[in-house]
Every structure is written in structure tokens, then in C-alpha cells.
Design a protein. Structure first.
Length: 208
């Protein structure tokens, strides 16, 4: 009886919608962007959640040694190279397993936090998440919804000063992810932050 229950649970878990939550605020769970992803998650039910916190130094900048480890045949890797390749393997596996990826994205100095860029550098991997064909690059990730909740002190949406949105869209499209949604909590240093956050939360609810 115990065994069959466990098997049923395993079956259900394997067939559940998987949501990957990525937070990149230096404030951890106290960040405005993290509050937005938490709100989105609070509206979900019957899904399996995987959380990836990109707090400072959670992922180090991509190194030459890591890239080398990716490029050589796995059977010829040293133990150290296996460990290095595992960092990217694990991050990519999380993305591949996800049906929805929801990202808490603080704007720092007009861009993404450096840990998020390190994450990007680890999941963009030729032959694994994209490949070059004679017709150009082709993304190897498909059928995922990506939701990016951007928190910023100022307001730049739909102006030339917003370089974050087009960069993120280009990157996800490059990997084959075209169902990308942006929600903005802008002007947090200008407007009443609570009003801005609540409006963004309402937008996120519409995406559940
Ligand atoms: C290091 C740093 C750089 C920032 N740079 C910008 C910026 O370029 N433009 C902007 O509108 N707000 C900027 N802000 C304000 C943040 O976008 C704002 O505090 C937002 O809430 C950050 O998200 P978080 O609370 O999830 O960390 C910056 C904040 C910090 C700490």
C-alpha cells in the first residue's frame, strides 16, 4: 500500500506543471522583484515549484575552464572538469524541465544584476540550448512561458533608455523561447511604491 501510494505520488509529481522561479535581487526575498514572483507563485495551485536564487556570487562568472569542460567529450573529462560542467548542466536541466519560468528582475544600472548575467552565460550553450545552422542560429528550447517581473526606481518602459527589455527578449528568443511576457513595477523611487507593486501584482495575476 505504501509503495503504490509513493508510485502514485511520483507519477503525479512527474506530470505536474513545473514552474521555475528565478530571483535576482541583492535583497533576496525582500526585493521588490522577489515580492512580485512570490505573488505570482501564491496564485498557483497544483504545480511543482523550483526556486533558483541568484543572490550575489550564487553563480560565479563563467570561466575559461568551465567552457573548456563543456566542449570536451564527457568521457574524457577529469573529475574537476566534471564538476565544472555540472554547474551549467544543472542550471540548464532546471530550465529544460520547466513549463513556466518566472523571473524577478531588478534593474541595476540600466541592466540586469551581474548574477543574472552569469546565469545567462551558463545556460546559453552551443549544441545544448541553441545551435548554429546554415540558416543562422536556432534555439533548442521550446514550449515554455517566460514571465519577467522588472522592478526599477525610474520609468523607462517604451523609451530608448530601456535596454533591459530588448536584451532579455532577444536572449530568450535566441534560445527558442518566444512566449515572453514583461510586467513592470516602475518608478518605485518616484511614485508610491505600494501602488506600483499592487498594479504589477494585478498584471501578474492575469498571466496565471
Ligand atoms: C545598485 C543599484 C542600481 C540601481 N540602478 C537603477 C537604474 O539604473 N535605474 C532605475 O530605475 N533604478 C535603479 N535602481 C533601483 C532599483 O531598480 C529598485 O530599487 C528596484 O526595487 C530593485 O529591485 P529589487 O528591490 O528587487 O532589488 C538601482 C538600485 C540599486 C541597488
Amino acid at each position: 500500500m505504501i509503495i503504490s501510494l509513493t508510485l502514485i505520488e511520483l507519477f503525479l509529481e512527474n506530470n505536474m506543471t513545473q514552474v521555475l522561479v528565478i530571483n535576482a535581487s541583492i535583497q533576496g526575498d525582500n526585493g521588490n522583484s522577489s515580492a512580485l514572483t512570490a505573488h505570482y507563485v501564491s496564485k498557483l495551485s497544483g504545480v511543482s515549484i523550483v526556486k533558483r536564487d541568484l543572490t550575489p556570487n550564487a553563480i560565479l562568472s563563467l570561466s575559461r575552464e568551465e567552457m573548456r569542460a563543456w566542449m570536451i567529450d564527457a568521457s574524457t573529462r577529469t573529475a574537476e572538469q566534471n564538476e565544472l560542467a555540472q554547474i551549467s548542466d544543472d542550471l540548464i536541466a532546471e530550465v529544460q524541465a520547466a513549463d513556466t519560468i518566472v523571473i524577478g528582475m531588478p534593474m541595476y544600472n540600466f541592466g540586469a544584476p551581474s548574477t543574472f548575467k552569469a546565469w545567462v552565460d551558463h545556460i546559453a550553450r552551443a549544441g545544448v540550448t541553441f545551435r548554429y545552422t546554415e540558416n543562422g542560429p536556432e534555439g533548442l528550447l521550446t514550449d515554455k512561458k517566460v514571465i519577467v517581473a522588472i522592478a526599477s526606481g525610474g520609468k523607462y518602459k517604451d523609451t530608448p533608455m530601456d535596454t533591459l527589455t530588448p536584451w532579455l527578449r532577444t536572449f530568450f528568443n535566441f534560445l527558442g523561447l518566444t512566449d515572453v511576457h514583461f510586467v513592470y513595477a516602475e518608478g518605485l523611487a518616484m511614485d508610491k511604491p505600494e501602488r506600483v507593486i499592487n498594479a504589477a501584482k494585478a498584471e501578474l495575476e492575469a498571466l496565471v
